[in-house]
Design a protein around this ligand. Structure first.
Ligand SMILES: [Zn+2]
Length: 81
């Protein structure tokens, strides 16, 4: 993960992190532009959403949909592959 200083936009380094929950962290950062800036700051990093859900979730979703359609149609759909 690349972090930039919000003040001078130079690269920053992550010096530590604090877990606030399973999907939210505070990351403590230090600007590498020490001569002109040298700021230290905290970013919040949080999970937002999935681009691809976990495979198990997709299988459970597909199974739930399949259960709700007639058996002959289930077989027909599964045989198409
Ligand atoms: Zn800076």
């Amino acid at each position: 993960m690349r972090v930039y200083c919000p003040h001078c936009e130079s690269k920053a380094v992550i010096t530590s992190r604090q877990k606030l929950s399973t999907s939210v962290f505070d990351i403590y950062c230090s600007c590498t532009n020490v001569k002109e800036c040298g700021a230290t700051f905290v970013y919040v990093v949080a999970y937002k959403h999935d681009l691809n859900p976990p495979r198990g979730d997709v299988a459970r979703l597909a199974a739930g949909v399949l259960k709700n359609i007639p058996k002959p149609m289930q077989i027909e759909l599964l045989e198409d592959n």
